[in-house]
Design a protein around this ligand. Structure first.
Ligand code: ADP
Length: 377
């Protein structure tokens, strides 16, 4: 039986387990102590930053993949040197680990990105602000997620704490500053690539963010058929070959008020913007990721219904568990699919999501939002 090792035991690894079971793939997880995937799959608790732990874990599997992008480069390279199949590989993952390297690489590839600069001091930041309309978005290059590590600034001194923190690291690689993009909406292009080159795209989706966190996804993005879909897929295709990405990946895009698509971020793994595929596409992103990292032929990426809407359950109920609300939610919304990550409710935490599909977008949006509302108060 083929064996896939997933480093990181979060909800993404957890959602790879059902398709692995269906395909008879033995999935092993190297998890954090509280990793949710550990409840469902053969797992080992260990630190992904410890080379010995990761190398030992890799000895018993056919391919290594990830549910996050944080395994240190030195460890990834040691794996490759030992002949372990690692997807995505270290050369590709490097760019997902550092937003400054990513911006530089995207610029080198000629892809459309917001105006950006690397800044190491408050004065450099102030100069960028003066040249770019007085407001900008400042980002820590590493370790940010869900809007943490992203700040809108209008004066150099507003970032003194972050400059002090990066200076302390010794390397002082600086911070990423970008123009504050005027966008109409945010889009995401999900795609998958096999090591042998096959590349497929799902329809481009609209992702609605609240407080820097993905709240909803509408698939396909309304009005995207034609130009928007073609441009988004073209960008993802260039990225996949330019960076040598393997596995599922997602490109987050801004659709600007003057009709351009700019690349915001790249995630080299299954992504929140692709959770709709579990119920709304012929092939879910989690099954596709397994197929891709094993270099198996990729599944069809079409939609099962004209519209699918995913709504995240953020925080969860103030009392009790998600499952305590199943009876009411299921009775009221029998067409909706509920995905529960098995996490304890906590304000702002992604504890699950729901998917609704159908032919009328208004109704699908209503079903998904109303069902999700049962699980948060
Ligand atoms: P994270 O790594 O935390 O997901 P992102 O870089 O994706 O951070 O930024 C989070 C959100 O902040 C984006 O989804 C978008 O809503 C907003 N944002 C990020 N960069 C810009 C920008 N240059 N202009 C306008 N809004 C931005």
């Amino acid at each position: 039986m083929v064996r896939v090792g997933v480093i990181g035991g979060g909800q993404l690894a957890r959602m790879m387990i059902p398709p692995a079971v269906n395909l008879g793939i033995d999935i092993r997880v190297l998890a954090e102590a509280d990793g949710m995937a550990a409840q469902l799959a053969a797992s080992q608790v260990g630190d992904y930053r410890d080379a010995e732990t990761v190398l030992a874990f890799a000895e018993n599997v056919d391919v290594i993949t990830f549910d996050h992008e944080h395994v240190p480069q030195e460890i990834l390279r040691q794996l490759v040197d030992r002949g372990v199949r690692v997807h995505p590989g270290p050369d590709a993952l490097l760019y997902a680990q550092d937003k400054l390297l990513m911006r530089q690489k995207l610029t080198d590839l000629g892809l459309p990105v917001p105006t950006w600069a690397r800044v190491r001091t408050e004065d450099e930041l102030q100069t960028f602000l003066d040249d770019n309309g007085g407001r900008a978005v400042l980002k820590t290059p590493r370790g940010g997620y869900d809007g943490k590590g992203v700040r809108v600034v209008s004066a150099g001194h507003e970032a003194s704490d972050w400059f002090a923190a990066v200076a302390e690291t010794g390397a002082n690689d600086g911070l990423l500053v970008e123009e504050l993009v005027e966008f109409r909406r945010e889009l995401a292009q999900l795609a998958a690539r096999r090591p042998s080159g096959e590349l497929v795209f799902w329809p481009v989706v609209e992702s609605v963010q609240r407080d820097g966190v993905c709240a909803e996804v509408i698939a396909p993005a309304p009005g995207s058929a034609g130009r928007v879909a073609d441009v988004a897929a073209g960008i993802a295709g260039q990225l996949a070959s330019g960076l040598g990405i393997t596995g599922v990946f997602a490109v987050e895009l801004f659709e600007t008020t003057d009709d351009r698509l700019l690349v915001n971020e790249l995630a080299m793994r299954p992504h929140n913007s692709g959770h709709w595929t579990q119920d709304g596409s012929t092939t879910s992103q989690f099954e596709q990721h397994l197929r891709a990292v094993l270099d198996l032929p990729l599944g069809a990426t079409g939609t099962r219904e004209p519209h699918t809407v995913m709504v995240n359950i953020l925080g969860g109920p103030s009392e009790g568990a998600l499952a305590d609300r199943y009876a009411d939610a299921m009775a009221m919304h029998p067409t909706v699919k509920i995905h529960n990550y098995g996490k304890d409710p906590r304000p702002g935490r992604k504890v699950g999501h729901v998917n609704a599909s159908g032919t009328e977008l208004d109704d699908v949006v209503y079903q998904a939002r109303a069902a999700a509302a049962f699980f948060q108060d």
